[in-house]
Design a protein. Sequence first.
Length: 316
Amino acid sequence: MEKIFDVVIIGGGPAGLTAGIYATRAALDVLLVEKFACGGQALTTDTVENYPGFPDGVSGPALMEDMKRQAERFGLRTLPSNVTKIALKKNRNDAFLVTSEKGETLKALSLIIATGACWNTLGVPGEKELAGRGVSYCATCDGPLFRGKEVVVVGGGDTAIQEALFLSKFASRVTVIHRRDRLRATKILQERISRNNRVSFLWEAVVTAILGKQKVEGVTVKKAREPQETELKADGVFIFVGVQPNSAFLKGAVDLDESGYIRTDNEMRTSAEGIFACGDVRKKLLRQISTAVGEGATAAFGAQQYVEDIRGIAYP
């Protein structure tokens, strides 16, 4: 007989790994599918300061490696692959079909979607052409390459300001370009960056092009109240202008909002019975490691109850 897993978890960030820990500890037959390295966006975070239990902060990659090792200690198996499609059940006792980009098909009684979100792009000339040659979406990854150089950070939220502060350790000058007249970042981050003499701001401005042939040489900027564009010299451009959910493969399978985030109830149940969602791919108020962890645990418990009910072994 073809193998049918109790649960297939799609996505290996904080939510998916936590779901894996809880599901394996419940003695379920679980497989986690992750197209890249486990850890999600936390892998690109230099220091996580707001995760409970670490008063001095913790490195994002280190935290994710600990989560991964903990999940593996309980028996979680991981398949490196990218899911391109899922097929819903015809009957409750049937299995979901999960198709990978390699054409593999996995079967599972329940699914947990934890695919997270990816960075938005600016969509301006030069961005795609110079990606990896001065254009970056990860200061933790690329910041040390810009020691003593001038860089631009685009965005005004928590991530943009955290990354600007990190870049100021290496760059001679960090210019934050934000389309509004004030930051969206939390107050403590605003206070820190206001005291940093290596960081300056361009308010009510947008980047209209990224300049350079073989590598980034600068950006073209348009300010709201000025008719002309101006050029700003820069050796690197770091872009943090929000995220979009990794949910394209779910269209038609579960209910998504207008932005593509998965709608769930408070127990992480989606519109399709037996499919649960957690983490940044889910429609919610706050996207943090701490919220992802809680949702991952809830989704795993819901999947456990669902599977045990199908198997007729649910606790009465």
